[in-house]
Structures are given as structure tokens and as C-alpha cells.
Ligand binder design. Structure first.
Ligand code: ATP
Length: 138
């Protein structure tokens, strides 16, 4: 089985209506948080900062201490089964403007409830629910 490792972030910003979270529309159709494959020699957080910059153009990012959670899944690629692990952090930005990369079809900033409903996969929804345990769903 092929092994793939990615890192990503539940990235939010403060809006007049409270915290809003960034979701991206992936080429295969699903909605998920910003993430990407770990390159050789990178720490998880370096990957996250690079992927946020490449996928959204956002460069001001600060990590919220105490949140690090792994999501695992399997998928088929060219007839091979891939086991993928993605480590997610919680991070904040002050930037509203998103310059989406060609790798994605779209983006949205949504409040906690709407983001939860928009996320395609249950494991991503469960991850988001962990954010609420930190008191972040206000
Ligand atoms: P990245 O480079 O950002 O890590 P990618 O676009 O190469 O991502 P994934 O987003 O991991 O790849 O998608 C690969 C396959 O796995 C797709 O078929 C997708 O539908 C499926 N997939 C993506 N996220 C999940 C998930 N959280 N749970 C189950 N299957 C998922």
C-alpha cells in the first residue's frame, strides 16, 4: 500500500460576525481545509505555512497552541490503494483576501455551523468539532 503524508490547517479569521473558517474546493470535488503533501526535510508547521501561502496567498498566519490532530483515510490512485495521514493545526490570519491557486476550484469563509455543514467528509467534520471543545464555535 502507498503511504502519503500531508499537513494542513483549520484557518480562521475574525469577522464582524465572529470567527469564520476557510474551506477549499478540491479538484475531485470535495470541500476541505487547506493542506498539502509534506516535502522532504519540512516540519509539519513548515508544510502548513508553505501550503497556505501557495494555495491562498496568505502569509500572516499564527498557530493556536494546543491543537494538533490527525485525520486518516484511504483512497485509490491509478489502481493503487493509498493510506493517507494528514496532521491538522488550528491557525489564525488577519487576511481576508484569498488568491486561490490553480489547484483549487474555489474557496469560502464560513462560520462554524456553515463550515461544519459544507465539509464533505465526516472525519473533517469531527476535526472541526474538536475546535469547538476549545471554545472556538462562538
Ligand atoms: P493535498 O495535496 O492537498 O494533500 P490532494 O488533492 O492530492 O490533496 P486529497 O484531498 O487527499 O488529495 O484527495 C485524494 C482522494 O482522497 C480524493 O479522492 C478525495 O475524495 C479523498 N479524500 C480527501 N479527503 C478525504 C477525507 N478526509 N476522508 C476520506 N477521503 C478523502
Amino acid at each position: 500500500m502507498l503511504e502519503e503524508r500531508s499537513a494542513g490547517a483549520i484557518l480562521y479569521r475574525e469577522s464582524p460576525d465572529g470567527k469564520i473558517y476557510l474551506l477549499l474546493n478540491y479538484p475531485s470535488g470535495h470541500w476541505d481545509f487547506v493542506k498539502g503533501n509534506i516535502e522532504k526535510g519540512e516540519t509539519f508547521k513548515e508544510t502548513v505555512l508553505r501550503e497556505i501561502r501557495e494555495e491562498t496567498g496568505i502569509t500572516d498566519v499564527s498557530f493556536i497552541d494546543g491543537f494538533e490532530n490527525k485525520v486518516e483515510y484511504h483512497y485509490q490512485r491509478d489502481g493503487n490503494l493509498v493510506h493517507k495521514e494528514v496532521v491538522f493545526f488550528l491557525a489564525k490570519t488577519g487576511t481576508e483576501h484569498v488568491k486561490i491557486s490553480h489547484e483549487h476550484q474555489g474557496f469560502v469563509w464560513l462560520n462554524f455551523k456553515d463550515a461544519l455543514a459544507k465539509l464533505t467528509y465526516k472525519n473533517a467534520q469531527n476535526l472541526m468539532k474538536k475546535v469547538s471543545e476549545l471554545g472556538f464555535n462562538a
